[in-house]
Ligand binder design. Structure first.
Ligand SMILES: N[C@@H](CCC(=O)N[C@@H](CS)C(=O)NCC(=O)O)C(=O)O
Length: 222
């Protein structure tokens, strides 16, 4: 069956966009990408994104929003699902994807806050979350063992943020989570993950962080 025409509406440093991009690449689905400036979005963006957020996937020009909806749709219209076959295990993966969403939003708070108390609390929470994940993590290369799954695409952009943070300063997030750290490093070497960001990612991320007037942003400009 011929696939529809896909266009992914994106923002250079968005981790949710990266999820969709990774799945498109893992599944060898042809697509176009259009990067927009979220600070000054084009007028047409409001018509396709009711929450004003990326990613949006245009499917034969019809919009789909929310990254997990997009990933699940792409998984369902192609062969070889990137979820476990067992329905309970699939549901469990979705639980841990929600856990990843929570890690991502705490990571955003950590990057953006100018409040020292909140900053310290984020460090504590993130360290704790990665330790919990360590207990859940099996012995394979990926979350579900030998094979790459959707949940790996969700966590890869989180590890990308944390690798960049570590380059500035090591906050010890993974001190009690060595297997999770190794999982992250493995993910960041995977071609679909490497190719899920644009060439200007590093500058764009640095610009974004230094413009925040946050504790971490100020550390970068010091
Ligand atoms: N739950 C959404 C979150 C997407 C999201 O927060 N995207 C950010 C960029 S990383 C965004 O578009 N923010 C613009 C805004 O909130 O106005 C998803 O999974 O797609």
């Amino acid at each position: 069956m011929a696939l529809p025409k896909f266009k992914l509406i994106s923002f250079p440093i968005c981790p949710y966009v990266q999820r969709a991009m990774i799945i498109l690449k893992e599944k060898n689905i042809p697509f176009e990408v259009e990067y927009i400036n979220l600070m000054e979005p084009p007028v047409w963006f409001h018509d396709i994104s009711p929450l004003g957020k990326v990613p949006v996937l245009l499917v034969d020009e019809k919009p789909l929003f929310e990254s997990m909806v997009i990933c699940d749709y792409l998984d369902e219209i192609t062969e070889d699902s990137l979820y476990p076959e067992n329905i309970f295990e699939k549901a469990q993966n979705r639980s841990w994807i929600e856990f990843g969403n929570d890690i991502l939003s705490t990571t955003f708070d950590f990057l953006r806050t100018d409040d020292q108390k909140k900053f310290n609390l984020c460090i504590e929470t993130l360290t704790d979350r990665f330790e919990i994940l360590e207990e859940e993590f099996t012995n394979g290369d990926y979350f579900n063992g030998a094979d790459f799954s959707i949940i790996d695409a969700v966590y890869a952009p989180i590890f990308r943020y944390h690798k960049r943070i570590e380059e500035y300063k090591d906050y010890g997030f993974f001190d009690d989570a060595p297997n999770v750290k190794a999982w992250g490093e493995r993910l960041l070497e995977r071609p679909s993950v490497i190719n899920s960001i644009p060439d200007n990612y590093s500058e764009a991320l640095k610009r974004f962080l230094t413009n925040q007037n946050s504790i971490l942003g100020n550390l970068l400009t010091a």
